[in-house]
Design a protein around this ligand. Structure first.
Ligand SMILES: [Zn+2]
Length: 237
């Protein structure tokens, strides 16, 4: 059993990092690669960062209900304060954005230079940058203000699937008084997006945390468990 950590591009080519009972494994995702996996809705802990660049696997490869870390790993992670909005890890230019996934709108903060990547990682269907290039602290304050106006900071697991209708994001932007451009994220990979099921194969395109075979894209949510498919489709023979 393995769980998704993330796709990274360190070497210039996409590589999928996976957590297992015995540490981490890496799967290259070059174009044409055949992938015999199925993404499930089960989740297993992906470990924690002991220091910058030092990722430690979860000792129990613990089963979890949501997210990508067990309580113990989250407690030990050096990035936890940042994720919970208590501090910024280092100086940079930050943006505040709204994303829509299914019919849920969420506010978030990321480095301005990482916006597109972040949206893809989150599996957003539509997104809009509402505040650009401010300090990390300012961005976090704004995020808090906006979430206090009733925009949730997290998309709950149970409502994460289904068809997205852009009007939800539009009306949230209007309600908050932001005149921001809405971007269609799914369109950037030009196909339907899925959150579970068979891995697209052979690999045609990898963008952010999405693998596509040209017909559909699979969003590789961190923490989700993949397994060997029980049944092979006819198209695979
Ligand atoms: Zn853990």
């Amino acid at each position: 059993m393995k769980s998704i950590v993330k796709i990274s591009w360190g070497s210039g080519k996409p590589v999928l990092k996976l957590a297992t009972e015995n540490g981490f494994e890496y799967l290259e995702l070059e174009k044409g690669k055949k992938l015999e996996y199925e993404l499930t809705t089960d989740r297993r802990c992906t470990g924690h960062f002991e220091s910058r660049g030092n990722h430690v696997a979860c000792p129990d490869f613990k089963q979890i209900d949501s997210g990508d870390q067990c309580q113990e790993c989250r407690r030990k992670d050096i990035y936890t304060d940042w994720r919970e909005g208590n501090s910024t890890p280092y100086d940079a230019d930050y943006s505040v954005y709204l994303v829509q996934s299914s019919n849920n709108v969420k506010v978030g903060v990321t480095k301005t230079s990482r916006l597109q990547e972040r949206w893809l990682e989150q599996g957003a269907e539509y997104a809009a940058e509402i505040i650009s290039e401010v300090s990390g602290d300012t961005a976090l304050e704004k995020e808090k203000e906006i979430s206090e106006e009733g925009v949730s900071e997290r998309i709950s697991k149970s409502t994460k699937s289904g068809e997205a209708d852009v009007t939800r994001l539009k009306s949230t932007l209007e309600k908050l008084g932001f005149d921001a451009e809405i971007q269609n994220i799914a369109e950037s990979i030009n196909c339907e997006l899925k959150r579970k099921g068979r891995f697209p194969s052979p690999v045609e395109k990898v963008k952010g945390q999405i693998i596509s075979n040209g017909r559909y894209g699979l969003i590789l949510d961190s923490g989700k468990v993949l397994k060997k498919p029980e049944q092979r489709g006819l198209a695979d023979y």
